[in-house]
Design a binder for this molecule. Structure first.
Ligand code: NA7
Length: 540
């Protein structure tokens, strides 16, 4: 700690929040309401978080819009009207701008500012937070709202610098329209981003070559405009819907039947799956209670989608290449609009890079182990360093200078209590941190729950003259073990995905998400708070 810091010649705040996406905006709102001087730091030049950065063609949310919003303010809910079931990125960004304007949030947000590091000073019980530009502020509470999938993964392909054409990552898309017309475009990756972008790019490009490593299951979104009546009903049912999503497993008002897929005959199952497919959206995964727990049950839904792929894709060889084999739902379930249909176009080709991996990017395109593909543009839809990536981008140091990255051994042994707090890092809170339910559902619901819990906790500390709060070691060990045991009872841990960190070379750690569901998790958090923050250590 420098003498400058010790002399307190730096701006002193009650709270610093990192990120101005869904999490940071609401956290700011709540802390301001509670009378705390708060500043949000945001790397972008405006609000939005992932919705600021993900401007690629076809970018959409995969939760139905009337539930993919805040519910803390009935007035806000009623003032905003969604156009359609799955609106495109510009509309979601517009919504977040609407929120920022309505509550005048921008005046406490410092844009164009990336946080480089933060360290806890035991003497003053304060966090010292340093921006990349050299500014330092101190705060009593340090809250991360950095998102779970916001650190882009551009694979370290040999030769990328030599590529003469344009290249973009879906998560850092330019603000200006990218012109695909007449171009030979290559896209690497067929996760949610690739599956959304491929049909849109194919409409414009001269030729689109898709470099696919793992074939994916995808289900039609069946997107459509909302009717006036539907919106009116959603607004009229605000309180009921809010209650339902908060108690639900995944932040949507869907309750899977208490029935195994194996209890139905093949004909009965076919009918159930067919109905869910026709409805579109997430229903297929919630058709039975055990699709994510039992291999045989999962195979029934997986093979249903496989047969759909073969029905849609005209060329049997292409259909074969597009056929996934992993357990459906264990990678993030994807919704699409005409994804498989796009492979029937004459200007689209599919390259299997599992069979012939990408060796290098050349001046003119992509070389795999068996061919070279000439391209004018490469789109990386290669995903993110999820869960811990954005936390580790900052050098966060707690008590005795211990770094979060080192404590968690670069992600190999994440240890948190409730996914919110970790021992050795007093007064630091992680919104939708690892080992919380976060990405296994409709994120705004998870975010609101964390923000409200954190705001209530800070309120408690202030009312009870407590200086600090942090997780007890034994509680976080127990919580981490509980998370792992729950995950191991499902099929999630049997498949490699960004959920398990397997998409980032060298990243270890396994599955670090609480799979018990949003509703049960909320109850646990509420119990902890009701018992005066049982499991936390507090200092007066
Ligand atoms: P994802 O779901 O992580 O998908 C990334 C895709 O990129 C996936 O198909 C990967 O194949 C592929 N990939 C990654 N690295 C490589 C390399 N080196 N070579 C070839 N292919 C590669 O990211 P998205 O952006 O689509 O979606 C992220 C989340 O955003 C999503 O789950 C939603 O919640 C919203 P792999 O499957 O690893 O073989």
């Amino acid at each position: 700690m420098t003498s400058l810091h010790k002399n307190n010649q730096v701006n002193q705040l009650d709270a610093v929040v990192i990120g101005a996406g869904f999490s940071g905006l609401y956290m700011l709102y709540r802390l301001r309401e509670a009378g705390l001087t708060t500043r949000v730091y945001e790397a972008a030049d405006d609000v939005g978080g992932v919705w600021y950065w993900n401007r690629y063609p076809g970018a959409k949310c995969d939760s139905e819009s009337i539930y993919y919003n805040y519910t803390f303010s009935e007035e806000l809910y009623k003032e905003w009207t969604w156009s359609s079931r799955y609106p495109a990125q510009p509309e979601i960004l517009e919504y977040l701008n609407f929120v920022a304007d309505k509550f005048e949030l921008r005046r406490d947000i410092q844009f164009n500012t990336r946080i480089q590091s933060a360290e806890y000073d035991e003497e003053s019980n304060r966090w010292f937070i340093h921006t990349k530009d050299g500014e330092t502020v101190t705060a009593k509470y340090f809250i991360t709202g950095v998102g779970c999938i916001s650190t882009a993964n551009v694979p370290n392909f040999k030769g990328l610098d030599s590529f003469k054409g344009e290249w973009y990552h879906t998560g850092h898309w330019p603000h200006e329209k990218v012109d695909f017309r007449g171009k030979r475009v290559g896209i690497i990756g067929t996760g949610s981003s690739g599956v959304q972008a491929i049909p849109e790019i194919a409409k414009e490009a001269g030729h689109l070559t898709v470099f696919q490593r793992t074939p994916q299951y995808s289900v039609p979104a069946k997107n459509h405009l909302y009717s006036k009546e539907y919106i009116e009903e959603a607004k009229a049912n605000f309180h009921e819907n809010k209650k339902k999503v908060r108690a639900s497993l995944g932040g949507l008002p869907i309750t899977p039947p208490d029935k195994s897929a194996l209890d139905d005959t093949p004909e009965e199952r076919e009918k159930v799956f067919e109905e869910a497919w026709e409805k579109g959206g997430p229903y297929l995964l919630f058709s039975y209670s055990d699709l994510l727990a039992n291999e045989e049950a999962n195979e029934t839904v997986s093979s249903f989608i496989r047969s759909k792929i073969h029905e849609i894709v005209e060329d049997p060889e292409i259909a074969r290449k597009l056929t996934p084999t992993y357990y459906y739902g264990t990678k993030r379930a994807i919704l699409d609009t005409n994804y498989f249909e796009t492979y029937n176009r004459s200007n689209v080709s599919l390259i299997d890079v599992k069979q012939a991996p990408i060796e290098e990017i050349t001046e003119n395109g992509i070389r795999t182990t068996d061919s070279e593909y000439e391209l004018d543009m490469i789109v990386f839809a290669t995903g993110y360093d999820g869960m811990t990536g954005s936390l580790f981008n900052m050098d966060i140091r707690g008590r005795d200078g211990i770094s979060l990255k080192e404590k968690w051994e670069n992600g190999a042994s994440v240890q948190t209590y409730l996914g919110i707090s970790t021992n050795g890092f007093p007064n630091m809170f992680m919104i939708t941190g690892p080992e919380s339910p976060s990405v296994l559902g409709n994120m705004p619901v998870a975010i609101e729950q964390h923000v409200e819990w954190i705001a209530d906790c800070i309120d408690y500390l202030r009312n009870h003259e407590k200086e600090t709060i942090e997780a007890k070691v034994e509680e976080e060990v127990a919580w981490s073990n509980h998370c792992r045991e729950l995950a191991d009872s499902t099929l999630y841990t049997k498949v490699e995905s960004w959920y398990t960190g397997a998409n980032i070379p060298g990243k270890a750690g396994g599955f670090q998400i609480y799979v018990g569901g949003y509703g049960p998790y909320r109850e646990k958090c509420e119990k902890v708070a009701a018992k005066e923050y049982k499991g936390f250590l507090m200092q007066s």
